[in-house]
Design a protein around this ligand. Structure first.
Ligand code: LLP
Length: 383
């Protein structure tokens, strides 16, 4: 795909992010089609990528927005999402963020602690409003993914633990400016083993029964996001298997009549449509390996340094030749600034364009200005 657009790519200063909006549309449409079979609602997890052209496509298929900061709530609303389709999660919402979301009268706050409920009640009272909330419950389900992106275990900071629920229900009786409308879960990200979601459904069903036994009717079940993508073969399955994902929830989640089911997908919707494109600055010969030193580094894409994550590396411009082993590194003064060790590439030279694939999610949004680096620009194909 990128090779077909080389001429266009070569016109831009590197490093830059490139997004294929046609692939994004196909992905969003596939997700929308599969979710709508069961009348499921999807809120796009904006933290994955909040660029305006991406949000416009998300809006185009009618998804809502899942936000984790006041600025994300603002960005969603400024880009056309209706507040009634905005949910707001996070363990540490500031007063200013809560106030803004209250003013906008968003659909739902996903609340993560008793203390947060008390503060939200106080702030809503001051504004003469009632905040709709879902309790984010920590279901203690192992997501079997990288420990930094596992969120649904009791050892993690996220959500309210099962043993606290009794006291939370008692507390809610004293908080008149809060309306409990549902329960929320998110157990982790880049989940590729679908049985993990089956385990989540089992836990959600148990929690539902617990709430019913306590005479609480829940209008909404929000099961979060987490569906993973194939970083190793981005071209083989660019559109994730949404059919299996949503049908699994349809099969195993016990949905009561009239109840609405919500999802918060991020990565699965936007990862494959984006790549980071960089230029080779230098080739440095080592003893056992050669270094290909790029003009992009961990400041543009931090995932390999932070999670040891794999992104497929492709030389877009080298002539076909026998492959040589390279450690592909960035210019930042950190040894962790390495995109891949012992990567097999055709003979690579200064000036070659290198793509780091599957960077549409948690790429540009996690960029930093460390070393006073400039921010990489974004370009869009098939606009
Ligand atoms: N809902 C909540 C409450 C979340 O915390 C997240 C992601 C999502 C939904 C979306 O999850 P997704 O469908 O994208 O897996 N920076 C890491 C990923 C962190 C994910 C944080 N929460 C990475 O680069 O892998």
């Amino acid at each position: 795909m990128l090779k077909e657009n080389l001429q266009e790519l070569q016109q831009h200063e590197t490093p830059f992010y490139v997004y294929d909006l046609e692939l994004l549309r196909q992905t969003l449409q596939a997700a929308q089609q599969e979710a709508s079979r069961y009348n499921f609602h999807v809120h796009y997890a904006m933290k994955a990528n909040a660029n305006a052209p991406v949000l416009a496509e998300v809006l185009g298929v009618g998804f809502g927005a899942d936000c984790v900061s006041g600025n994300e709530v603002r960005r969603a609303i400024e880009n056309g999402f209706s507040p009634e389709h905005v949910v707001f999660a996070g363990v540490g919402k500031s007063d200013a963020e809560i106030n803004y979301a209250l003013e906008q009268d968003i659909f739902c706050f996903n609340c993560e602690s008793s203390h947060e409920l008390e503060i939200l009640n106080e702030l809503a009272e001051k504004k003469g409003r009632k905040a709709r909330i879902a309790l984010r419950i920590n279901p203690n389900v192992n997501a079997k993914t990288h420990k930094y992106i596992t969120t649904g275990l009791e050892e993690n900071k996220f959500g309210i633990n099962a043993w606290e629920l009794e006291s939370v229900l008692e507390l809610l009786k004293q908080l008149p400016h809060i309306e409990l409308i549902g329960i929320h879960f998110h157990i982790g990200s880049q989940i590729t083993d679908l049985t993990v979601f089956k385990n989540l459904c089992t836990r959600v069903n148990e929690f539902q029964e617990w709430f019913e036994a306590h005479n609480v009717r829940l209008e909404h079940l929000n099961v979060g996001g987490g569906l993973g993508v194939d970083y190793y073969h981005p071209e083989q399955q660019p559109v994730p298997d949404f059919a299996s994902y949503f049908s699994l929830f349809n099969q195993f989640l016990e949905v009561r009549p009239g109840q609405q089911v919500h999802f918060e997908l991020g990565r699965a919707l936007v990862a494959q449509c984006g790549a980071l494109v960089s230029k080779v600055l230098y080739i440095k010969k080592g003893i056992t390996t050669n270094f290909a030193i790029l003009d992009a580094g961990m400041t543009e894409l931090i995932r390999p340094a932070l999670y040891q994550s794999y992104h497929k590396i492709e030389n877009l411009t080298a002539a076909p030749s026998e492959e040589v082993r390279y450690d592909v590194v960035g210019p930042i003064c950190e040894s962790s600034d390495c995109f891949g060790k012992a990567v097999m590439l055709p003979e690579t030279r200064r000036g070659d364009l290198i793509a780091l694939h599957t960077a549409g999610a948690y790429g540009e949004v996690m960029a930093s200005q460390y070393n006073l680096r400039d921010k990489a620009i974004a370009i869009y194909l098939n606009q």
